[in-house]
Design a protein around this ligand. Structure first.
Ligand code: LMR
Length: 329
């Protein structure tokens, strides 16, 4: 009988900063789930661990999921390639990291396209959103679900209240053309960089600022090496919980159906609790001494006006119909 670490010791399972998984039995197919986030309160950490726990219980004897958080198995630059090579079977990368495979996901990065996470969830539940889940079928990627993470906020080594405060500053961005254009539109210099390098780059001044959710800013301690974070809510951060066609095809029909059912259920539960997790991590930042700047409506309008022209720049490659559907949500 396989020992499931999650049920033996919930605390040990939750706090492990590195790989956390059950001891697999002989004959079980090992399923590696790699991701880049860390801590115990991050929505992706919780969703990944819940998925592993469910599969290891309900498909005991058949599949055995091992979770590798914190870029311990693969980081941003190698994980998608590793999935195609079969070196890992499950990932949950940010939707901003697929530019080499599809331009359509640029829609999720457009500044101020989603008012909040509810609007983003309405879009992902729409026909256009569901179709996008499998935009990379030709590559061999299968989208199992969208995991919301939160709205994004700018932090920097000085307070950012209006876009001109960002003039001349270097901002770490994910490897996304839309994010790069957005930083340029506010007079900053975009520096694409892997997530695992961000804390060090902020600490040593390689970059002056970054943009992320409360959960990432708290669990990666970015607030410790920044003056403050401004509540811009300018962009969404969400993940594609994904596998490969090759892996899914390797499962027998019953196992595959159960695996997909668990993915659906874990996705619903993760998205239902994401807002509460983000709020808790916002409070964790304040409790730990981090500073948060709120915007007046007039200041906020300046951010929207500065960034909105970016939409037009990407209309052709994303598709005007996709942008319209997202904006309508
Ligand atoms: C980032 O690279 O900033 C984030 O996408 C990391 C993550 O997966 O939340």
């Amino acid at each position: 009988m396989k020992k499931i670490l999650g049920t033996l010791s919930a605390v040990a399972f939750a706090v492990s900063a590195s790989a956390s998984f059950a001891a697999c039995d002989a004959g079980e197919k090992v399923v590696k789930l790699s991701h880049v986030t860390g801590g115990t309160t991050h929505p992706k950490v919780v969703a990944a661990n819940n998925f592993a726990e469910r599969v290891n219980k309900d498909l005991n004897g058949k599949l055995c999921v091992e979770v590798y958080p914190n870029s311990t198995l693969f980081g941003d630059s190698k994980e998608l390639e590793a999935l195609l090579l079969g070196d890992v079977q499950l990932l949950a990368p940010s939707l901003s990291k697929f530019g080499s495979y599809t331009k359509k996901y640029g829609v999720f990065d457009l500044p101020f396209i989603f008012k909040d996470m509810d609007a983003a969830m309405a879009f992902t539940a729409s026909k256009t959103g569901k179709d996008l889940l499998n935009a990379m079928e030709d590559v061999g990627f299968v989208g199992l679900g969208y995991w919301m993470s939160g709205m994004k906020y700018f932090s920097a080594n000085k307070p950012l209240l209006v876009p001109s405060d960002a003039n001349g500053l270097k901002f770490r961005v994910q490897n996304s053309d839309v994010a790069k254009a957005m930083i340029a539109a506010m007079g900053g210099s975009p520096q694409p960089m892997a997530f695992s390098e961000v804390y060090g780059a902020l600490q040593t001044g390689v970059v002056d600022g970054q943009e992320n959710t409360w959960s990432n800013i708290y669990t990666k301690k970015f607030f410790e090496v920044q003056d403050s974070t401004t509540q811009t809510s300018h962009q969404l951060l969400a993940y594609l919980f994904m596998t490969s066609k090759e892996f899914l095809d390797s499962l027998d029909a019953d196992t595959r159906a159960k695996f997909i059912q668990i993915a659906d259920e874990v996705t619903v539960a993760a998205n239902n609790s994401v807002k509460q997790k983000e709020e808790a991590n916002r409070k964790n930042i304040l409790d730990a001494g981090g500073k948060i700047n709120e915007l007046t409506p007039a200041q906020r309008k300046q951010w929207v006006d500065a960034m909105k022209p970016v939409w037009k720049q990407f209309e052709d490659e994303i598709g005007a119909d996709i942008i319209a559907a997202a904006a309508a949500s």
